[in-house]
Design a protein around this ligand. Structure first.
Ligand code: PEP
Length: 249
């Protein structure tokens, strides 16, 4: 069975003390679950989160990183810096990184390569914009995002990869892909990976859905056979909501 995962992307939210409070509440309310639970606070609070979660199964992830090992990249964070504080998982290619910070497939391919070479686990995000879905290009867009960033990799890299399909039009908008739309795209992603690599790899990789997942729609979305969990933004900022979503898997 594939790993089921619920990951919370906190974006640019929560101070250090708020991070501690939220994680204390989350740890206290965390249900028994077969799913892996991941939280991604902002860079400056990663160590705080690691400390708060020392005796917890919750994994701390970074929201981004640079591809270079070190050097003149003001404001950036390297893989070694993350690993040095015990952070081994990183989200790459989030739609806000793509749309607000100009990250394209070529740059993301470099980040992916660095993270994998360093032995990190990546949550690779991708998904179409509204216009691309309206014009019926969403399958082509998703396929090319995967091809450009991931299909040049060796097959052995795939156990380090989690995919997160996040249609841009559903992120932070309150508009969710229907469970059927999510399933249709996740099945397409799996068939694309089968063509490029193998059925075995396609069947093993966890594919999360992200885009306005809330306690009231999580069960329906997670019930689809090719949906292996969720990447949660807004609803991961409240312990009660995040816990309800974890219980839905
Ligand atoms: C996200 O940021 O990855 C996300 C899915 O956000 P939201 O759940 O708020 O739509």
């Amino acid at each position: 069975m594939r790993n089921q995962i619920v990951a919370g992307n906190w974006k640019m939210n929560k101070t250090a003390s708020e991070t501690e409070s939220l994680l204390d509440e989350l740890s206290a309310k965390l249900p028994d679950t077969h799913a892996s639970v991941i939280v991604a606070p902002t860079f400056v609070n990663l160590s705080t989160a690691q400390n708060s979660l020392q005796s917890s199964t919750i994994v701390v992830a970074a929201q981004n990183m640079h591809f270079a090992a070190n050097g003149a990249y003001t404001g950036e964070i390297s893989a070694d810096m993350l690993l040095d504080i015990g952070v081994e998982t990183v989200i790459l290619g989030h739609s806000e990184r793509r749309s607000l910070f100009g990250e394209d497939d070529a740059l993301l391919a470099q980040k992916v390569k660095t993270a994998l070479d360093k032995g990190m686990q990546i949550i690779f995000c991708f998904g179409e914009e509204l216009e691309e879905r309206k014009s019926g290009n969403h399958f082509d867009v998703v396929k090319s995002q995967l091809q450009n960033a991931l299909f040049g990799l060796d097959a052995v890299a795939w156990p380090q990869i989690v995919l997160a399909y996040e249609p841009d039009w559903a992120i932070g908008t309150g508009e969710t892909a229907s469970p059927e739309q999510a399933q249709e795209m996740h099945a397409f992603i799996r068939s694309t990976i089968t063509e490029a690599f193998s059925t075995e790899i396609a069947e093993q990789v966890s594919i999360l859905y992200g885009g306005s997942v809330k306690p009231n729609n999580a069960t329906d979305i997670f019930s689809k056979p090719d949906v292996d969990g969720g990447l949660i933004g807004g609803a991961s900022l409240k312990a009660e909501d995040f816990v309800a979503i974890i219980k839905a898997i």
